[in-house]
Design a protein around this ligand. Structure first.
Ligand SMILES: [Zn+2]
Length: 253
């Protein structure tokens, strides 16, 4: 479980299990303390250095670029190829110039080590070249905010209106019953009165599309139409994935 969630946690846990701690009173408590210290030291000091050997870097928060949740960083889910890091930093600066005070907020990226080691539940996030990014929202007064509707950053959909193409129904009719399963992955909703900020999200997407390293972006077809985006880099991910009207998925070459 720890390996699936954090990549390195399982190995550290196994190491602590092998330590001869049973002769100590309260050895279970001692194990938890040792695990926590080792995990923290590894995550914040050792892993970033070793990840460089695998061609990955952690995304560091800047005034314009932030992880949606500290859990992303604690679980080593914020590693990317250096060129993807550059794309994010450049797009974040440009977004901030257009919309003062608004950050580029990212969700799951990749783990620090090994290609083909998927960052579940995202099977394709296995090489440092993919990342999920949040939409931008506005409050009830129409002001842009950095908050997102759900705790995980996933699962609150900007669903098609009655007049828009509804890919979700099409995919479910074709048997992809898991297509909207991310509705169960919110970990709770907190800012339920936020509204999708159409113009700011479009500006964010346009800034990402400007970067030559960006190969493709997945959002749901009705959002591509609603935002009047024409780029051939924006594609439909297919019914075998999950719906993408709760976040942006970005890939570089
Ligand atoms: Zn993704």
């Amino acid at each position: 479980m720890l390996t699936v969630i954090t990549q390195i946690g399982g190995i550290i846990y196994a190491f602590v299990e092998l330590l001869p701690l049973r002769r100590f009173a309260r050895y279970r408590f001692l194990k938890i303390v040792i695990f926590t210290v080792l995990y923290a030291v590894s995550t914040f000091y050792a892993v970033p250095k070793v990840a460089a050997l695998y061609g990955r870097v952690p995304i560091h928060d800047t005034p314009n670029l932030k992880a949606h949740s500290v859990i992303t960083k604690l679980c080593n889910r914020n590693y990317v190829d250096p060129s993807l890091n550059t794309v994010l930093k450049q797009a974040a600066i440009a977004l901030h110039r257009k919309h003062q005070g608004i950050y580029l907020v990212y969700l799951d990226a990749s783990f620090p080590f090994f290609n083909q080691f998927p960052l579940l539940p995202h099977l394709s996030h296995n090489d440092g070249k993919k990342i999920d990014i949040s939409f931008i929202y506005k409050d009830q007064n129409g002001n842009l905010v950095n908050q997102k509707p759900s705790i995980s950053g996933y699962g609150v959909f900007e669903a098609p209106t009655g007049k828009e193409h509804n890919q979700i129904i099409t995919c479910k009719q074709q048997g992809s019953y898991w297509y909207d399963f991310t509705q169960y992955a919110t970990l709770g909703t907190i800012y339920t009165d936020l509204a999708f900020a159409k113009k700011a999200t479009k500006d964010l997407l346009l800034e990402l599309l400007k970067r030559k390293d960006v190969q493709k972006i997945f959002i749901e077809p009705h959002l591509k139409d609603r935002l009047q985006l024409k780029s051939s880099k924006i594609r439909f991910q297919g019914c075998s994935a999950v719906r993408h009207d709760d976040h942006i998925h970005l890939e570089i070459q």
